[in-house]
Design a protein around this ligand. Sequence first.
Ligand SMILES: C=C(O[C@@H]1C=C(C(=O)O)C=C[C@H]1O)C(=O)O
Ligand SMILES: NC(=O)CC[C@H](N)C(=O)O
Length: 668
Amino acid sequence: MGEPSQHDGVTPFDYPDFVTYLGQSIAEMRAAPQDAKTWLPISKHLTLPLRLTGDDDHMATLRTDDEVRGLLAGLTGRRAPAFAVLCRGPGHADVLVGETTTAPSTGHVPIGPAGSVALLPFRQLTERGLPCRDDGTPLRVLVATERHLVPRAALERVLPAGAEVVDARFDEDDESYAARVREVVTGQPGGGVTHCLLRRGFTARLRRPGPASVLALLGGLLRGERGAYWTFAVHEGGSGGLALVGAPPQGQVRLSGGEVVLRPTCGTYHHPGTGPSAEGLVSFLRDDKEFGELVTTVDAELASLCALGPAEIRVEGPLLLPMSRLTHTGCVLRATGVPDARRVLAGTMFAATAIGSPLTGALRLIAEREPDGRGHYGGAVALLEPDGSLDAATLIRTCEVEGSGRVRVSVGATVGAGSSPAAETAETRVKVDALLAALRGSGAAAQPAPPPRPGVLAADAVLDALSARRRELASHWTHPAPAREDDRGPVLVVDLGDHGAAALAHLVRRCGWRPVVRTAADVAATGLGVPGATVLLGPGPGHADDPALAAVRELVDAALRAGREVRGVGLGFQVLARLLGFGVALRRSADRSRAVPSFGIPDNMPLRNAFAVTGPAPDGVQAHRDDVTGEVLALRGRTAAGVQFRPESVAAAGGAGVLGALLHPAAR
Ligand SMILES: C=C(O[C@@H]1C=C(C(=O)O)C=C[C@H]1O)C(=O)O
Ligand SMILES: NC(=O)CC[C@H](N)C(=O)O
């Protein structure tokens, strides 16, 4: 059984696949701890330290192939216990055995003496009060009483490489999925959803149902897929039990040693038949549509993380995540000061890459445009340890195998304003093909694709393109300054929806102010309390004239008349502008703001608004406009000021400076 949290992989480059960490700068690599046990030569100039923590001490339980064979025979025999095989690093796999139960909510997940594995279905989002179709999929928990560490190499030798999967087909043809994508692309503006992920269902059948085939599918994935955060199988036990088998690229959340780590991923490069090329990777990294998907995904996950109230947060990346046939991009978000595993798990439901942004709007679109519930797709599989630590993977690139042998796979591609329905449809096909080829193993016509050659991933041009993207990210997240000691005063941050204020409030604190976050409903009920506080209206979904915001508008109007300092960002900026006498209309074009030098606002701020502030500036208010569309990007009045873009965004390089200046009364 051993100490569960001591062997959780490779640090500091703790992805299963070391090449992932080519996203680090060479200086950062050199600065890695000196006690590294293994050094991996990547190229002439570059050696990566790979520190395998405690592997030797904890490989203990099983060593020989025969011992592993014996263990697996016990899982597939008559007794058919509930089990999980989790490969979370290159060295070993955790095998947990026990019984399956269900839990009413994330807060009630029981933790077994040897840990628990929870399967969180997508409908669990209802716990956060978010709109999603409740298809009744239960929250299953494998409560483990027995645990083994098994060398991954032994599993690969002992398990069959794949199982026979037949009658494989998409639930709907390419044209029909492409038509749904097109509807989302063209129907978006009024809805204000920048990205949305539409599920596409796929079904197949396992020729020989049962736990032995489930393990054979895992064997296929272990050999045929690579670069996954986890490669895993979980079986609920019994002859008719449900199993999940997958190789998801995204780490949902990890909590260990007081640190929370999220690994949002998005953006997809399909490798050509000959494997990824340096030119292909460079054009993928330079593709603004793909990068835009990544940054909105990171922003959404930062918002969830900030809502947990951590002390410190740091963003690393972007990184390349090369898999067998696809390479994705991702970032790593690290936070300290959030100790409770169940709270962390509940608060980070679920990966933005499987939903879209803003969250509530994207979820509404999903409920409207997807014909049925999602089952586990977009949910998470989580390992909860008796010592309070947690590790979880996002349930994508995963198949659900029913006791009858029916196999369900779900995939999706991120749909945004620039999406081509044909390309997104092709992307869903490639994702399923890669999974299926691996699940079927060598029996299928499709052979594993050639591995990415380290020389390609470490090519100067690729590293340069990664560095260029890294420089576009806001330093207030990538290199946060030490927390300021000074207290410049209270700021009442009003959350106008979608938990959008949490990340903004985090940045307000970094700027030396004392944020107090209240929802629009709180404010409507209790007023703009907090004596002496500057009011900062935050971002949010929807239109500034939304009747739901009537009470907030009235209170802010009165506050302005009384000479109180009011600021606005995103939707909050639009609300403020309306009160001052501007108009608000659907936005015309342009993705990024153009220079607004007189406000000290850097160029290229990310605009993600569907609406724009328009019309002539009322008396006593200065308006700063986009020089092409004339739309208002920033304003300043007597005691009011605001900006359209969101200074807290990971894409807002210089955003902290803008927010600091915005909050300061003297800067008006
Ligand atoms: C949601 C899925 O994949 C996610 C979406 C991606 C994209 O749209 O580029 C890339 C990787 C994943 O984070 C899926 O495979 O179903
Ligand atoms: N960034 C935001 O807060 C978006 C504001 C508003 N919902 C819009 O779509 O324009």
